[in-house]
Design a protein around this ligand. Structure first.
Ligand code: SAH
Ligand code: SF4
Ligand code: F3S
Length: 469
């Protein structure tokens, strides 16, 4: 298989839009507006893909609804990162037999990362006959064609061929929020961490052109978006494949130069490629949020080597020290895996000491889950489940203590926050570091930046008041 990225041409995309028109015509003859429901699992990458699926569906004439019941089309956009994630999808897929029984013309699709696993598409083929179509992330751009074939040929469609991956510019989006937007800057991953399935299901690393990204950001800002999150599995290697001399820090700086009132953030940063240039760029531009999600996975250098992470404990800590030195208010978050094959009690304690040293705002904690086809799935794993659960609980307890301490330290500080909605009687806002703040105020403040003084906290959120209130 060649490693080359396929760039989907305008003509190819126009063919898909022609399928959208033909689907809309089919429903016009039927004389009613069809409905669709998209269920999203997994990370922001999938959220961003679901916006495109909804974009296509809207272009085909579908009205988007918020539940599977009664929908003419149901799309399950799935995640394969851990066993548990897959079990949930199979469970919910099972439940769809009932909704389909009540609405026999319903068409069900499964896409996303699970659709990139042969074992999953084979299982769907054999045991889930009511699923009408399966397509991997590489084939998302062909969704109108797949839907059209399902509607007209009455034959199940499987678009799951393994590929290095493509880039398609110009697929319409239906975004969830008017204030916040995801912008994918690259797709796929080349890192092959030994536990991870992503490189197998999302293909090779490929970057969008800077001019396409800048155009999208400019349009978003002009349309009123105030918070943009740039997405990629490893944003720090942005641009390497383009070979035009633009790296991630350059891209960030160019976006931060766009006029208007907005914040930019990004995820995820791989520590190996996080450079001092990146931290200096973050520090320089007020429009770049002082927030960094920098997954360390383990505090033990031996485990990190076995994970194929290409950094050790000390280099990770050095990078964090530098980042904090140039951004004293930096909000740090991270991902950790407990119970990687062969992790000893001492190595686990190294993870605990690392979180105590770094003081993360919050952590996403996971117990190692073997994924078929990855090297770690066949590594010797003598640690009993009960020990792994105990380590996991300890990690959560230590981190909750740290998060509480950090939260308490917010009290009395005044912070610039984006007011993003309402929850019961209170307005909700987000700090630059992404923390939720509730406060009293009138609805007209939604969509503006406000200085809020923090008056109280719980483990998960803050309360505040407006400076002049
Ligand atoms: N690209 C990102 C991570 C994407 S997956 C990065 O490299 O930082 C999100 C997180 O899921 C990972 O950071 C890791 O902590 C966790 N994860 C991935 N595979 C896993 C597995 N097999 N078992 C448990 N956790 C896993
Ligand atoms: Fe998975 Fe590692 Fe790639 Fe992140 S960098 S997506 S953990 S292989
Ligand atoms: Fe899951 Fe795929 Fe994201 S496996 S975490 S949805 S890249």
């Amino acid at each position: 298989m060649s490693n080359k990225t396929t760039v989907i041409s305008e003509a190819q995309l126009n063919t898909q839009f022609a399928f959208c028109d033909r689907i809309a015509d089919l429903w016009r003859i039927e004389g009613r507006t069809p409905t669709a429901y998209v269920e999203t699992y997994g990370c922001q990458q999938n959220e961003a893909d679901s916006e495109k699926i909804r974009g296509y569906l809207t272009q085909c004439g579908y009205a988007i609804q918020k539940e599977a019941e009664g929908a003419d089309v149901v799309v399950m956009n799935t995640c394969a990162i851990r066993e548990h994630a897959e079990q949930r999808v199979f469970g919910n897929l099972g439940a769809l037999t009932h909704t389909k029984r009540r609405h026999p013309e319903q068409k069900i699709f499964l896409c996303g990362c699970m659709a990139g696993e042969t074992k999953v598409s084979d299982r769907i083929k054999k045991s889930y006959p009511y699923v009408d179509g399966v397509f991997s992330t590489h084939h998302l751009w062909q969704f109108p064609e797949i839907l059209f074939n399902v509607l007209t040929r009455r034959k199940r469609q499987f678009y799951v061929a393994d590929e290095p991956g493509s880039i398609a510019e110009g697929i319409p989006h239906v975004r969830d929020s008017e204030l916040k937007a995801w912008v994918s800057i690259m797709y796929g991953c080349n890192n092959f961490c030994t536990y991870c399935i992503v490189p197998y299901v999302r293909g090779r690393e490929r970057s969008r052109l800077p001019e396409d990204i800048l155009k999208e950001c400019r349009e978003l800002i002009e349309s009123g978006v105030r918070d943009i999150t740039l997405l990629g599995q490893n944003v720090n290697s942005y641009g390497k494949d383009l070979k035009i001399g633009v790296d991630f820090a350059d891209l960030l700086a160019a976006i931060a130069e766009i006029p208007g009132e907005f914040m930019i953030r990004f995820m995820t940063s791989h520590p190996r490629d996080a450079s001092t240039k990146l931290f200096d760029t973050m520090a320089k531009y007020p429009k770049i949020a002082k927030q960094l999600h920098l997954p360390f996975q383990s505090g033990s250098s031996r485990v990190l080597k076995a994970m194929n992470r290409h950094y050790d404990r000390e280099t990770y800590l050095e990078k964090v020290r530098y980042a904090k030195s140039v951004m004293p208010d930096l909000v740090l978050t991270s991902d950790v895996i407990v119970g990687f094959p062969g992790e000893t009690e001492e190595e686990f304690e190294e993870t605990i000491s690392l979180i105590q040293e770094v003081h993360y705002d919050s952590l996403f904690t996971f117990i190692f889950s073997p994924r078929t086809g990855t090297p770690a799935a066949s590594m010797e794993d003598p640690t009993p489940k009960a020990d792994k659960s105990r380590r996991f609980d300890k990690l959560c307890t230590v981190q909750n203590g740290i998060s509480e301490q950090i939260h308490e330290a917010y009290i009395g500080r005044t912070m610039r926050c984006l007011v993003d909605g309402k929850d019961k009687d209170l307005l909700t806002a987000r700090t630059e570091g992404g923390r939720l703040v509730r406060f009293e105020g009138c609805d007209s403040l939604i969509g503006t930046f406000q200085d809020l003084t923090i008056t109280g906290c719980t483990t998960w959120s803050l309360t505040g008041k407006m400076q002049n209130a």
